[in-house]
Design a protein around this ligand. Structure first.
Ligand code: PSU
Ligand code: MN
Length: 305
């Protein structure tokens, strides 16, 4: 095990015994949702993973330690501390060497998960190619991470604050398989259908596990995206959602928001414009992803027996 990592006793034990573990990110807690819904959601996600027979491993950097698995008080710290950094691949060493606290994005969480031997990671939505990226070059580090780090990422697709078509093109170029369940379409976070198809639809956890074993068994190396659409009853009407997103994008531009502040700004703005509906949708989809991710982790562990 990598000496820079600190596994919680529970995660260490589960890894030692070959039991299914599901990694969870912390940026969604620290920067993606407001207090106290962020903590409530994080706790509910962990409970959902447990209910499906897997061990949750929330990941964050605390006092410079790359923690794999957080206890109740650590989870609360991540949810409450307004000064948490937002760490993707390039920021991990800084946060550790300076003994800082940092929430990990999809990119950094994949790195922690992989170093700890965890194969499945559940999040809300992945980052991607931002609209106007041809001039801003704003392409999330999540995509490069998916290209290089072999972890299966269960998500509700990508938010349409991004250019989803270009995001999928980027993943294709880098050989990252995009699987879907329940439907052929790649999901668009708050709404079910992005208007684009995933590469392959695999509805059951057993089929998904077989795909993943084949992909990694060949040494193909990259991450795998599993798109899981938001539950029907929690989805938001696309025209309504698009109006809020367009408004939030205009507000971000007017306020001169750039770089890694962009995604948190847009999420907070959409929450206000939607009077909290986007937050409720976000909570529902993450819980759904937790259940699907845990099932996948269980299927992968079974396929090893
Ligand atoms: N999607 C959400 N909530 C989030 C994020 C994505 O619904 O909080 C976070 C994830 O941690 C993701 C990050 O990795 O935003 C992407 O940020 P950026 O676009 O700056 O790469
Ligand atoms: Mn960015």
């Amino acid at each position: 095990m990598n000496p820079y990592l600190q596994l919680s006793p529970e995660v260490l034990q589960a890894r030692f015994e070959g039991r299914p573990v599901v990694a969870l990110e912390s940026t969604i807690i620290a920067h993606g949702m407001p207090w106290p819904q962020n903590l409530q959601t994080a706790q509910a996600v962990e409970a959902t993973v447990r209910a499906q027979g897997a061990v949750p491993a929330s990941i964050a950097i605390l006092d410079g330690r790359f923690c794999i698995g957080l206890d109740a008080s650590q989870l609360e710290r991540v949810a409450q501390d307004r000064s948490m950094l937002k760490a993707s691949r390039r920021d991990i060493a800084y946060a550790m060497a300076q003994r800082r606290n940092a929430a990990t994005t999809v990119s950094a969480t994949m790195i922690g998960a992989h170093l700890a031997g965890i194969e499945v990671f559940v999040t809300g939505g992945i980052g991607g190619v931002h609209r106007e990226a041809s001039t801003t070059f704003d392409i999330s580090a999540d995509l490069q991470e998916l290209a290089r780090t072999p972890v299966a990422v269960v998500c509700a697709g990508a938010k349409s604050i991004l250019d989803i078509g270009l995001t999928l093109e980027y993943l294709e170029t880098h050989g990252v398989p995009v699987l879907s369940r329940e439907q052929d379409a790649f999901a668009a976070f708050y709404t079910r259908d992005s208007g684009f198809k995933a590469d392959h639809r695999l509805d059951s956890a057993t089929e998904q596990a077989a795909f993943i074993r084949a992909h990694w068994g060949l040494g193909l190396g990259s991450g795998v995206v599993l798109s899981n659409p938001i539950p029907v009853q929690a989805a938001i009407d696309p025209p309504l959602m698009n109006a809020w997103i367009d408004q939030a994008l205009r507000d971000a531009q007017a306020a001169g928001i750039q770089g890694k502040a962009t995604t948190p700004f847009l999420l907070a703005r959409i929450k206000d414009l939607s009077e909290g509906r986007s937050l409720a949708a976000n909570q529902a989809l993450v819980l759904h992803n937790a259940s699907v991710g845990a099932e996948l982790a269980v299927a992968l562990a079974q396929s090893d027996r």
